[in-house]
Ligand binder design. Structure first.
Ligand SMILES: Nc1ncnc2c1ncn2[C@@H]1O[C@H](COP(=O)(O)OP(=O)(O)OP(=O)(O)O)[C@@H](O)[C@H]1O
Ligand SMILES: [Mg+2]
Length: 396
């Protein structure tokens, strides 16, 4: 079939032709946004899930929805190498400029610009010229206090203008630890004062284990809708709806086969759908087409994202990951991996931590480790020779 008419859209953050299986979540988020805008108590969201489940797509969707609802949004993808203050200040500046366009009497805008100005000066962030902003709380250099003051000032200005501020943060697991707890504490204050500021974050699942004091606040402050693979019905819809618009159908057994091969993972559904389109000569797409498409999809993934990820690993990280893959796709006990490598737990722990830091692996709970990319375990078993059993330590 014509490549120019291929409706599927595999790619990071690429809007899918059919956003399947997320209606409940979108409705929940819309309610949260609407409540915040009306000045009612409302909860922030942290959307946690593996690579390619559609987190960025959801954040984009929520951003648009918030804008349609008359809210002020700011979205950014976390840069692991920069402090949060430097990343969030320009976004908050943009929001303030937009709030300023909604004219209201009072000193609140002065106050908010003042808070931002002193925040920027203490954390050495360049923001361009400010028209005003001499009033407002003075920043102290303590991110928790200063971010709280700043968000409170912005929240008050938003409340007065009957709007809400929605901050959207992608790859939130890369926010540096101290910065993350500062952000959570600031949001905690905001929610106590019932100000219309919400955070929608997306990231890898290890985020749920937040450190220190921030943790107990975070549990109450946020909803954690798990973002996982689509159920079979939604996965079918993700494949069939875009094809149907081009007057193309799937044979039922082809559809079942693709759903099974992709495990319902959104990114894989786009990749497989796209290859099915290319493999089929005409509608309907048959099981034979789907099987050829599947082989092509696996090769494309191996050559593309999987090999790139493998190349980013050092020798010992690769060895660790290969042993992990021996245990299959689900998270595994890191002590089992250490054992299988003939290492002590403390010898293996730094390698595990490196893999987590690189975003290759995550720890869903203490002691467990899994790959952040679905199917990476299968790739490792295909691409890297099986590990040799560790040499037994000879007791003297
Ligand atoms: N609900 C959905 N239905 C169908 N396809 C989807 C859905 N959500 C996302 N996709 C597709 O999945 C792919 C990955 O989406 P996205 O980049 O948002 O994932 P992600 O979770 O942000 O991944 P990463 O962790 O790598 O950033 C895109 O090609 C997108 O079009
Ligand atoms: Mg993403």
């Amino acid at each position: 079939m014509k490549a120019s008419e291929n409706p599927y859209n595999p790619g990071a953050g690429a809007p899918p032709p059919e956003l399947a299986g997320r209606d409940g979540l979108l409705r929940q988020a819309d309610t949260a946004i609407e409540r915040a805008r009306r000045g009612k108590p409302s909860k922030s969201f942290l959307m946690l899930g593996l690579r390619g489940v559609g987190k960025t797509v959801l954040l984009n969707e929520l951003e648009q929805s918030a804008e349609r609802n008359g809210c002020q949004t700011a979205m950014f993808e976390t840069d692991p190498d920069r402090p949060l203050a430097a990343q969030i200040a320009p976004q908050l500046h943009r929001i303030l400029l937009r709030l300023d366009r909604i004219k209201k009497a009072g000193a609140d805008m002065h106050n908010a610009f003042g808070a931002l100005r002193s925040f920027a000066s203490v954390f050495k962030v360049q923001l361009g010229d400010f028209e005003f902003g001499l009033a407002g709380p003075a920043a102290t250099g303590d991110l928790t206090l200063d971010l709280t003051d700043l968000l409170v000032a912005i929240g008050e200005a938003a409340k007065k203008r009957e709007t809400a501020v929605i901050i959207l943060v992608d790859e939130i697991q890369y926010v540096q630890k101290g910065d993350l707890s500062a952000l959570i504490m600031a949001l905690h204050k905001i929610s106590q004062r019932q100000l219309p500021v919400l955070l929608f974050g997306a990231g890898l699942p290890q985020l749920a284990k937040l450190a220190g004091d921030a943790k107990s606040y975070a549990e109450r402050l946020f909803d954690y809708p798990p973002i996982g693979p689509l159920d079979a019905e939604s996965a079918r819809l993700a494949l069939t709806a875009p094809a149907k618009r081009e007057f193309v159908a799937y044979a039922p057994e082809a559809l079942d086969y693709v759903v099974e091969q992709t495990g319902g993972y959104p990114f894989f559904l786009q990749v497989w759908g796209s290859h099915c389109w290319d493999a089929a000569a005409k509608s309907p797409i048959t099981l034979a087409d789907a099987k050829r498409a599947s082989a092509a999809a696996v090769t494309a993934l191996d050559e593309g994202i999987f090999k790139v990820r493998l190349a980013r690993l050092t020798e010992r990280q690769r060895a660790y990951a290969r042993v992990m893959a021996e245990f299959g796709g689900a998270p595994v006990n890191s002590s089992d991996i250490a054992n299988a490598m003939g290492l002590s737990l403390s010898q293996a722990a730094p390698i595990r931590d490196e893999l987590i830091k690189k975003g290759m692996a995550y720890s869903p709970e203490r002691g467990l480790i899994g790959f952040t990319v679905p199917k990476f375990d299968e790739f490792m078993r295909r691409a890297v020779p099986a590990p040799k059993p560790p040499r037994k330590q000879v007791k003297k």
